[in-house]
Design a protein. Sequence first.
Length: 117
Amino acid sequence: MTGAPSGAGSPRVWVAILLIGVATYGFRLSFIHLFGRIDEVPDRVKRPLRYVPPAVLAALVLPDLMTLRPSVAATLLDERLIAGAVAGAVAWRTENVFATITVGMATLWLFRFVVFA
């Protein structure tokens, strides 16, 4: 039998999707409404918001860098982990996004196509 899984057409699934969409839209709209009414963001809110970009970047990048290989040595010698570490060092040292991306990609390609080929 082909087609959608048995629960995919369930009304409960569609109601859940709809409610999650409405909640997400409402949450975003509340910030637009809130910050449209105040002239300046309070310091109590500004301080924690500084940590949002690094947290989002870590959430997007770190899962791709971490792999589980059969041994610790194989895990530490993964080309993505090495390139990520080099890119992290460049980002920390230079604070230049272009340099970070360039060095990180060059390191990844070097290890992927030359060293570990």
